[in-house]
Design a protein. Structure first.
Length: 264
């Protein structure tokens, strides 16, 4: 019984990912992500290694990571999640999915898995651009296996944690009759993180994600310190992780309940 449920879930995930090939929105997201990564690499070409702004590979990959995850990735994931949920209703394809049959819970977590895959793919693309750009730009004496692994771990953490932090906004995507509400909510959701990130770590999911990054590496810690306006981050990563998981779990539960109440 459990095997059949897992098979149906994987079928939905596979179907959603196959749609990427003909989805112009997805293509646009990947193009914009590549442009952001290339912009960071361009800085590596144009800034001398004698400058403290770009004298190490960590300056390059943390710049690219911040460009990707500070605003772009949360907004893109909100838009993408809305597409996954709303387009099924708009195109009247959700009825067909439910005939399989598959529960609303399976449907929800299948789509969340697709959102996480998208996030990881964008992070992997940016990571690859950083590695290639670092070698092409040259002059990075610290571009070695250790820093590449640290960069990879940071991008991997961002790829998983950012979509989890966006679950409260994705809840609105399950209710939405259009794109305005979720995307507008995502912008409002980002405001306190931009203004006072250090003051809301452990409370706001996205700020809590920022509170976890410093414990990945010293370079990540320095990145978050600059991100937070020079404030030293001292909050426990365990508190941030627990807060992230609790709020994410609540958001997932209410999202499933909301989907169950909907009729098609």
């Amino acid at each position: 019984m459990g095997g059949r449920k897992e098979e149906k879930t994987m079928t939905i995930i596979s179907t959603e990912m196959l749609k990427w090939k003909r989805n112009k929105t997805v293509l646009g997201i990947f193009i914009l992500t590549a442009i952001l990564g290339i912009f960071a690499v361009e800085r590596a070409f144009s800034i001398s290694r004698s400058s403290s702004l770009m004298n190490s590979f960590s300056d390059l990959y943390t710049l690219a990571f911040k460009n990707l995850t500070s605003l772009f990735l949360p907004i893109v994931l909100s838009m993408f999640a809305t597409t996954l949920f709303f387009d099924e209703q708009k195109n009247d394809t959700l009825k067909g999915l439910l005939i399989i049959p598959i529960s609303k819970t399976q449907l929800y977590f299948s789509k969340i898995a697709v959102v996480i895959f998208m996030s990881l793919a964008l992070c992997l693309l940016t990571f690859a651009i950083c590695i290639l750009g670092g070698f092409l730009a040259g002059g990075f004496t610290d571009l070695n296996t250790e820093t590449i692994l640290q960069a990879g771990l940071l991008f991997l953490a961002g790829g998983v944690l950012v979509p989890l932090a966006m679950l409260p906004v994705i809840f609105l995507a399950t209710l939405a009759k259009g794109y305005v509400l979720p995307i507008g909510a995502a912008l409002l959701y980002l405001v306190p993180v931009v203004l006072i990130p250090s003051g809301i770590m452990g409370l706001h999911p996205l700020a809590s994600v920022m509170g976890i990054y410093p414990y990945i590496s010293s370079d990540a810690a320095e990145m978050v310190k600059k991100w937070a306006g020079g404030i030293e981050i001292t909050i426990s990563p365990n508190i941030c992780l627990i807060s992230l998981l609790v709020i994410g779990s609540i958001s997932a539960i209410v999202s499933v309940l909301a989907l169950r109440k909907q009729t098609y």
